[in-house]
Design a protein around this ligand. Sequence first.
Ligand code: HSE
Length: 300
Amino acid sequence: MKKLRAVVPATTANLGAGFDTFGLALSLYNEFEVEEYDGVVIETVPENPFLKDPENNLFVQVLKFACERRGKTFHGAKVKQITNVPVARGLGSSATAIVAAILISATVSKTELTDDLFFEIAYRFEPHPDNLIPAWKGGFVTALIDNGKTYYQKIDFPDDIKAVVVIPDFELSTEKARSVLPDKIPLKDGVFNLQRASLFIAAIQSKRYELLKVAMEDRFHQPYRKKLIPGFDDVVSNAIKAGALGASLSGAGSTILALADHNFEKIGEVMVEGFLKHGIRADYKILDIEKEGAKVQVLE
Ligand code: HSE
């Protein structure tokens, strides 16, 4: 096998009202280099003892599964994993590992990667198309799973909008962030979100950015999850006051995302201050929307 490298973008899911539906790829990337080897050796940048254990390494687990799914024995791999996407912060770090392993496996086997095969493998590890698809295809995606089949569509996203992501210094697992959600929601909350998610798409397509603030409001998940995120309301309102178009929890959190077309630095700074007011340290990044998605390069 040749030496291959997969470069996969971070993603933000939900964008407020589009819970378990919308996903957007961002210009922050994890890299996975791999070559054939007897046994598994993992180098991590930055150094991460947890990820160096093959049992904990999602990329290796998916690579092994994808190899065996093709009827081959997995003998091992030498892996270099360069992690830029923070873990357990609602920026799709696990999706990067899953997408990288599936794409590398398909490249090595020279088999066509159909949607059905991609989702069959991916969902064994994470059932979230709103992260997986934009990590794979890039851009802004709306997605759903019906009777085991995934339906999705990429939607053009304007070039002049950037994402200001504010990453607090605490992790929040998707499992924990989902455990606080109710089983049922009132009809009026269903209507509230349906109206806003629809408006979000219309605002993006027509570039009527003044609609995004209301379009990113949500009653499905943020009212419950914000109890796990000290400062959520202050961070969001600081972003809006500083000129953000709209703001929401990024995926299951703990990152908070603002969409903006100007004032990016100022928005990031005041969002960090919103967290600090509640004793939480945070960093911000100003990211572009990543349009192309994951790439696999043959290195040698
Ligand atoms: N839509 C999912 C959630 C994203 O909010 O729980 C998980 O990656």
